[in-house]
Write a protein that binds this ligand. Structure first.
Ligand code: FAD
Length: 298
């Protein structure tokens, strides 16, 4: 991509050709043309105001639900993690949390403030921004059950606050105004006196027993179809352990695809397609990928 000039205020802080393999939990994928970590929300608004409108944007939290193809991303990646990190209590039961805050930190802080139920967030290895975009959830908990309102930023750097009612929220899906991204949210919890870290420890232990935690993955690749489990459909289609290049379907949890160290994004995407086709041929069910796939093929 021909990169138009960036204003001098930002040009020294914009990196070029940053490998997205370093910023995704699958550790695969090609380079981003531009990569920017803002200092705060105001700095990010200023960056977007001067960025030519034709440059596509990709907001990234911890990259734990993201596959960037091997040819990389022709545009600007905005990394919120390590940038938008404010987490504060603004009333007895309400928090103001910026998009770059890890979900696990919210879960732990809620326990310290005797607020819940937030334990489900502890095992989600992403940021609040990613959790808002995906309606991340686990063990019956869901991000948007707690959202009162969100602060968003549009492509021209304009900030707005929107009530949760302006979004259509479903299982791992959120639809709202286009070309806007989440800066922060007000989250509401209940007072739960006597909470301690045991609840979080228990949920993390349960995960370790059933999921290949510690290996390079993006968690569950496919959403569960209504009344069914993607993992069960994949396992009974005989796909556990099936491998393409450096990627395979996990032996421990069939809805996880593992990068064993050398997988390309093409290996992973090829495996996603193979699983989808095989499950459709075997069970007549079309699995919907939960992971976001972006960028150009090599
Ligand atoms: C081991 C493992 C276990 C997992 N378990 C679960 C689970 O139990 N439940 C679950 O729901 N998920 C789970 N996930 C998936 C993932 O952690 C969640 O989807 C998480 O919410 C993604 O957050 P992130 O910051 O990593 O988002 P990213 O992967 O960085 O981005 C995901 C998507 O959100 C968009 N996005 C990111 N930030 C913003 C923003 N500020 N505004 C607008 N859009 C944004 C990105 O553009 C992209 O489209 C798991 C992943 C792993 C690796």
């Amino acid at each position: 991509m021909q990169i138009p000039p960036i204003s001098p205020e930002f040009s020294s802080r914009v990196q070029h050709g940053v490998s997205m393999a370093k910023h995704t939990s699958w550790h695969a994928g090609g380079p981003a043309d531009l990569f920017f970590v803002p200092r705060n929300a105001g700095d990010l608004a200023g960056f977007l105001r001067q960025l030519p409108a034709a440059i596509p944007l990709l907001w990234v939290g911890l990259g734990s639900n993201l596959l960037v193809r091997d040819g990389g991303f022709r545009g600007a990646v905005i990394q919120t993690h390590g940038a938008l990190g404010v987490l504060e209590r603004i009333s007895a039961t309400r928090l103001h949390v910026e998009a770059g805050v890890p979900c696990a930190r919210i879960a732990r802080q809620c326990v310290k403030w005797s607020l819940g139920p937030a334990e489900f967030l502890a095992g989600i290895p992403g940021t609040l921004g990613g959790a808002l975009a995906m309606n991340a959830g686990a063990w019956g908990g869901e991000t948007w059950k707690h959202v009162v309102e969100v602060d968003v930023l549009d492509r021209r750097g304009l900030r707005r606050t929107r009530p949760a009612a302006e979004y259509t929220v479903g299982y791992r899906s959120v639809t709202g105004p286009v070309d806007e991204w989440f800066l922060a949210a007000r989250l509401e919890f209940e007072r739960q006196p006597g909470l301690n870290m045991d609840g979080i420890r228990e949920l993390l232990d349960r995960r370790k027993q059933t999921q290949p935690i510690g290996e390079w993955s993006c968690g569950s690749v496919f959403a569960n179809p209504p009344g069914n489990h993607a993992a069960r459909l994949i396992e009974t289609a005989g796909l556990k352990g099936f491998r393409i290049g450096g990627a395979s379907v996990s032996d421990k949890h069939a809805n996880f695809i593992i990068n064993h160290g050398t997988a390309t994004a093409a290996d992973i995407e090829g495996l996603i397609l193979h699983v989808q086709r095989t499950v459709e041929a075997t069970h007549h069910v079309v699995l919907r990928p939960e992971v976001c796939i972006v960028g150009e093929p090599a």
